[in-house]
Design a protein around this ligand. Structure first.
Ligand SMILES: Cc1ncc(COP(=O)(O)O)c(C=O)c1O
Length: 430
């Protein structure tokens, strides 16, 4: 607990209004002031405890303030905090080595930066350097960042603030089988979403885009899991046009979907993987990784002042060590299935549930309107009631109507019973 008396939510909101750029929004009508985190729990300034099923948006994969990560950080903070990459330090190279051990296929070289947005910016640059091309494809409903280029690659209006987005980016329909863009049904369709990629390359680009960005499972887009064949079919089209495949694993990376990287669920290896979030164990990190061959196109000096700094790098090393030692990716597959099974029992029982989907511990419940409330208001109402009952969930989707479950990977079965029980109590009273 902090030693000084907490300001409290109202004063924080007032200071925020007075001193911060208004775009920085927060969840809830009555938001708590979070002052402490431990394991699966967050605590507010009143001492109220919340079971966290959102992990700071897929960041706290090992829970809050994991003692081994915290110890590694504290030790490093007292020894050496920052030098930047113009000086040689050890943690950054050890982290790059460990990354090479977990990255799929021939991906073995990494650049560290400070956020997912920066990682995607870097990946776009790398793809341009390697291919000599500068157009990109991305999926509708995607989120790739809040920087100028990241936002322009993003296909969600909620996150596209820029009135003058960067050009040379074409968005194609995402493989969202529930609510298929083409009104088709999976199993009976001709994969029009793939045909549309080729169509877009031929009709809306020079015919030579550098790469296509994808989130293996769209997070902010409402936990959209593509059909099993999607990425292998996509790869064929991209290969035909000599385009790179860039997998944005910012949300899905490091065990969240039951594999170290979500693309491994479909045995498709991208050319570049970008990420951040969970790897830092709570410290700010971003990275992009690629093959030896592609990496060789980026020899002109590049840097990110804080990228791979000693504190973040030791936190990430501790994170990777625990993730592997405790086989958390494999565990996620099983425990995620349990959560999914419980949630699926709600389908058909509550008329406002439209769809339940996900993989591992990345699950969404898409809601539809009731007679009294539209789907967005309903989602907010449920989130607020859950928070009041001591449970934190997220919300995603183009309509902000997907209740989102992304708990720390250390979640226990008993946590799952608790949250499902709490949710059902609220659902019964809608
Ligand atoms: C898939 C994806 N890509 C990129 C980003 C941007 O990452 P950051 O906020 O660290 O810049 C996010 C953030 O939520 C994300 O979910």
């Amino acid at each position: 607990m902090s030693e000084t008396k907490p300001l409290g939510p109202q004063e924080i909101i007032e200071k925020k209004k007075k001193y911060m750029i208004p775009c920085v929004y927060h969840f809830y009508k009555n938001p708590p002031q979070i002052v402490r985190g431990q394991g699966m729990y967050l605590y507010d300034s009143q001492g109220k405890k919340y079971l966290d099923f959102y992990s700071g948006v897929s960041v706290n994969a090992l829970g809050h303030c994991h003692p081994e990560i915290t110890d590694a950080i504290c030790k490093q903070v007292k020894t050496l905090q920052h030098t930047t990459t113009i000086y040689l330090t050890e943690p950054i190279v050890n982290l790059a080595e460990q990354m090479a051990h977990v990255l799929p296929g021939e991906i073995c070289k990494t650049f560290f930066c400070c956020s997912g947005s920066e990682a995607n910016e870097g990946a776009a640059l790398l793809a341009t350097l390697y291919t000599g091309r500068n157009e990109f494809l991305a999926l509708q409903n995607s989120l790739h960042g809040r920087t100028k280029l990241g936002m322009s690659l993003t296909g969600l209006s909620f996150w596209r603030t820029d009135p003058n987005p960067v050009g040379s980016i074409t968005h194609v329909p995402a493989p969202t089988c529930y609510n298929c863009h083409f009104g088709q049904t999976y199993g009976q369709c001709q994969f029009q979403c793939i045909q549309e990629v080729e169509n877009a390359i031929q009709t809306s680009t020079s015919g030579k885009p550098a790469a296509m960005f994808v989130e293996p499972i769209q997070g902010n887009g409402g936990i959209q899991v593509p059909p099993a064949e999607y990425y292998s079919k996509l790869r064929q089209v991209l290969d035909k046009y000599k385009m790179l495949l860039i997998a944005d694993e910012v949300q899905t990376g490091f065990g969240r979907t039951g594999k170290m990287f979500a693309m491994e669920n479909w045995n498709v290896i991208p050319d570049i993987i970008t990420g951040g979030k969970a790897l830092g164990g709570g410290t700010p990190i971003g990275y992009f990784s690629t093959t030896e061959k592609i990496a060789q196109s980026y020899t002109h000096p590049g840097a990110s002042t804080f990228g791979g700094n000693p504190v973040t790098a030791v936190a990430a090393l501790a994170f990777l060590k625990i993730l592997k030692r405790d086989c958390l990716a494999e565990r996620t597959d099983k425990i995620g299935q349990q959560l999914m099974n419980y949630l699926k029992s709600f389908l058909g029982k509550y008329p406002f549930i439209a769809d339940i989907r996900g993989k591992g511990l990345m699950i969404g419940i898409e809601l539809k309107a009731t007679e009294k409330m539209d789907a967005t208001v309903l989602t907010d109402t449920i989130l607020e009631k859950m928070k009041d009952s001591g449970f934190l969930l997220g919300k995603t989707g183009p309509g902000r109507n997907v209740l989102t479950f992304m708990p720390p990977l250390i979640v226990a079965e008993s946590d799952i019973y608790e949250i499902v029980d709490a949710l059902e109590k609220i659902f019964r009273n809608i």
